[in-house]
Write a protein of this length. Structure first.
Length: 128
């Protein structure tokens, strides 16, 4: 699978507009946690340290996973963290430092479209 993006000014696939650079660097990071309160606290740290521009917390998700060879189920919360590719390594390290789980979920997804002004706001919120 190719991960290349169109060159600036190049035609985008049908139905998509190319993202203005550097808006293509925006990432949405999924971070699950034990509860809403923990993820709100984590979000405050990440935003205060300019590792994230915005953190949305979904207070209740049900998770099914295999841990230590056993299928488990848990009630958790989920954070949607908006950041950029250049902040991702530091964000991941901070989540791992503060998170109570042995192996916290930190999954970064590339943004392939969206409001150019919002994507610019994300970048500006991280100090450009």
């Amino acid at each position: 699978m190719s991960s290349s993006r169109p060159e600036e000014g190049a035609s985008a696939p049908a139905g998509r507009s190319p993202l203005p650079e550097p808006a293509g660097s925006v990432r949405v990071v999924l971070v699950s946690g034990p509860d809403e309160a923990f993820l709100l606290d984590l979000g405050r740290v990440l935003v205060s340290e300019r590792l994230a521009a915005c953190v949305n917390v979904l207070p209740s998700v049900s998770s099914v996973y295999r841990w230590a060879g056993v299928v488990e189920e848990a009630d958790e919360a989920l954070a949607l963290v908006k950041t950029t590719s250049d902040r991702l390594e530091a964000l991941t390290a901070q989540v791992r430092r503060l998170h109570p789980y042995d192996e916290p979920e930190v999954i970064a997804l590339p943004v392939v479209g969206g409001s150019p002004s919002y994507l610019t706001w994300v970048i500006d919120g991280l100090g450009g």
